[in-house]
Design a protein around this ligand. Structure first.
Ligand code: MF3
Ligand code: CO
Length: 252
């Protein structure tokens, strides 16, 4: 079921979005050579908790999977999404995806960024194309369009740049739960899926592989890694659909 949010609800989701944004910036600052991914997770979690919000991913489970054990999904290099923070030490050139959801009083926001530890020109280009693909999709996130208009714009931009998009995971409605309808694939023909309406709140999240699009699940039950070992990138924002166009709720 797609829920439409009132202006008041969008305001509360934006407040959660601000905290997610600050937590992502804190995580990004913590992505330095020698830091563990647990250190990065802690930087974000401390900030969320200090503001009186909940780290929504902690303890989250779908069906009978193992509950996610941390605040952030932190995925390094060929890990593309859902990485579990660990004692792994970050190294020069690592491509680090951090995905954070926070909630308070039943309102949720969800966003992800890709950070580069030091320098990695290939990783930087991949991260930049992934980010821009979000903004290409965002252009179509307008009342009257259809969901797959967003999907198509993302896929087209990514593939034009020589990369590929994941098929198995997608964006989603968000706001009064972490995952709501509609699903928002990052590929497909335009003109399909639900019509976009005022009051929808959408987590649009391109997940991009440098090489082939095939992925596999790692032994930890969560991390999703590229089958060919190539780099992955992720960029996500929570977006409200208003009559004046899309408003990003997680970029400040
Ligand atoms: N933030 C992810 C998303 O974009 C969800 C992470 S799964 C969790 O949908 F278990 F970590 F919560
Ligand atoms: Co999401």
């Amino acid at each position: 079921m797609i829920t439409l949010k009132s202006e008041r609800e969008i305001k509360l989701i934006k407040e959660a979005g601000h905290i997610v944004y600050l937590a992502l910036m804190a995580a990004g600052e913590a992505c330095v050579v020698g830091a563990t991914t647990k250190d990065v997770d802690k930087a974000a979690e401390d900030l969320i908790v200090a503001h009186g919000y909940n780290p929504s991913c902690k303890g989250y489970a779908e069906g009978d999977e193992i509950p996610f054990p941390a605040c952030c999904c932190i995925s390094v290099n060929d890990e593309i999404i859902h990485g579990i923070p660990s004692d792994r030490k970050l190294q020069e050139g690592d491509v680090v995806k951090v995905d954070i959801v926070a909630d308070k009083d039943g309102y949720f926001a969800d966003a992800a960024r890709t950070f580069i530890v030091g320098e990695n020109p290939e990783g930087e280009k991949l991260a930049e194309v992934t980010k821009q693909s979000f903004f290409e999709g965002l252009k179509y996130a307008k009342v009257g369009n259809r969901i797959s208009d967003i999907s198509h714009a993302i896929q087209e931009y990514v593939e034009k740049n020589g990369y590929s998009v994941l098929r198995e995971f997608q964006g989603h409605g968000v706001g009064i739960a972490m995952h709501e309808d509609p699903g928002i694939p990052n590929f497909g023909k335009p003109g399909k899926g639900p019509r976009i309406e005022e009051g929808m709140v959408l987590a649009i999240e391109p997940m991009v592989c440098q090489g082939r699009k095939e992925i596999m699940e790692s032994d930890d039950g969560w991390s999703i890694i590229t089958e060919d070992g190539s780099l992955g990138a992720h960029y996500e924002n929570t977006v409200a659909i208003t009559k004046n166009g899309p408003v990003v709720l997680t970029n400040e």
